[in-house]
Design a binder for this molecule. Structure first.
Ligand code: PLP
Length: 413
């Protein structure tokens, strides 16, 4: 495989790259060069079983022939024309998204943060312009959530470590405890009648992979209906098949009023979307919000192919069945290594295995490093929860490989 840097060693390139990036990332010294299905390759030709899928992005795996062909053809025809004009891939994808979701209207973005930013701006405009209740522009978010890194979305993110040094944060954002209805009611009461919208991940992802107790999301919906509040779901990580259904909200049949998407939607091409109902969409009027790149034909053609492929290749069912098999394997690992593992949480192909880090806070890091040595790409969130977000094309024999490797790794670290 040809390299932009000829025979320069990877160690040299790592040093050069570390001197070029702003120092906010902690990259593993791996130069990814190409991928195929569930496999990622590096400059030396080593291959890795990719259980991260670019942090839940490569839903169809790497270089899926259908996606590659669609993007290539579209790139040769039209990549961008702006929202001054319509384009066919955007229309086709919006029709798919509104067909498979609760939504009637779509706003395209380029990332998860921008989708949440759009959700937040729409909610505020809905209350101030459509409902003429400008005092209700407050948002209730949750502790331990993750919604992005823009100033608004990092404020929504209920993790003080991500706020540090960026203060002052956006006003009008309140927090409750996830999976705790009483805490929600208390936060609403404390804010007077200033909160118009509750925004949350239906499964908390980056904050530690927390699945709410059955009944919490339906109770939240009922509370929103009772108190006349909008319910917004951040499905940036859980959406587009990740949980074995198109969207995580389907699990308990709780329909939000606004939903944000990104990650898997473009299958690797930067693409996000904010989906909403006809009524709430009224909050946006010509000129009130926009994105130069949002919904360009290249990205939306990718999104269209992702959605069609998920449907035509039965990847929702695959995520459920292979996911259940992965869950069994991870449960077994947890039992085999009870001194190192706490529990497994998640569904579909979104799992967290919490490690026992009370006496050893380097365990997460060491497991990830040992995985790399064995050709297995893992990711640890909050330093202690191994997060599994593999491509939705994962097969049972890959799971066997992951479980065998983890068994050996946890026996050795
Ligand atoms: N929302 C959720 C639930 C996420 O997991 C993430 C990213 O991990 C984001 C929002 C932010 O997405 P992006 O990094 O594309 O802005």
């Amino acid at each position: 495989m040809s390299s932009l840097f000829g025979d320069t060693t990877t160690d040299q390139l790592v040093t050069r790259a570390r001197g070029q990036y702003t120092p906010n990332y902690r990259q593993t010294p791996l130069f990814a060069t190409h991928g195929e299905g569930v496999w990622l390759f590096d400059r030396s030709g080593s291959r890795y079983l990719d259980m991260t899928a670019g942090i839940a992005v490569n839903a169809l795996g790497h270089a899926h022939p259908r996606l590659t062909r669609a993007v290539g053809e579209q790139a040769g025809r039209l990549m961008h024309a702006s929202n001054l004009y319509f384009n066919e891939p955007a229309l086709a994808l919006m029709e798919e998204l509104t067909r498979v979701s609760f939504g009637d209207r779509v706003f395209f973005t380029n990332s998860g943060a921008e989708s949440n930013e759009a959700a937040l701006k729409l909610a505020r405009r809905y209350w101030s312009v459509v409902r003429e209740r400008p005092e209700r522009t407050g948002i209730l978010a949750f502790h331990a959530s993750f919604h992005g890194r823009t100033m608004a979305t990092v404020t929504l993110t209920g993790q003080p470590k991500y706020h540090k040094g960026f203060e002052p944060m956006l006003p009008g954002i309140h927090y409750a405890t996830f999976d705790d209805l009483e805490s929600v009611k208390a936060a609403l009461d404390e804010a007077g009648d200033t909160i118009g919208t509750i925004l949350l991940e239906p499964v908390q992802c980056e904050g530690g992979l927390r699945v709410p107790t059955p009944g919490f999301l339906p109770a939240l919906r009922a509370l929103c209906d009772e108190r006349d509040l909008l319910l917004a779901f951040d499905e940036v990580q859980t959406g587009v098949g990740r949980c074995g259904t198109w969207f995580a909200y389907e699990d308990e049949g709780v329909r939000p009023d606004i939903m944000s998407l990104a990650k898997g939607l473009g299958g690797g091409v930067p693409l996000g979307a904010m989906v909403t109902t006809e009524e709430v969409a009224e909050g946006f009027q010509p000129g009130s919000h926009a994105s130069t790149f949002g919904g360009n034909p290249l990205a939306t053609r990718a999104g269209l192919e992702v959605v069609r492929t998920i449907e035509e290749e039965g990847l929702l069912e695959r995520a459920s069945t292979v996911g259940a098999y992965l869950a069994e394997g991870l449960e077994q690992i947890t039992r085999n290594h009870a001194e190192r593992c706490v529990e497994v949480r998640g569904r579909g192909l979104l799992f967290g295995l919490e490690l026992q880090t009370a006496e050893d806070d380097t365990l997460g890091k060491r497991v990830v490093a040992a995985g790399l040595e064995r050709g297995l790409l893992l990711n640890a969130i909050q330093g202690k929860v191994l997060r599994f977000t593999p491509p939705l094309i994962l097969e049972r024999h890959h799971v066997d490989q992951v479980v065998d490797s983890l068994d050996a790794i946890l026996g050795g670290v």
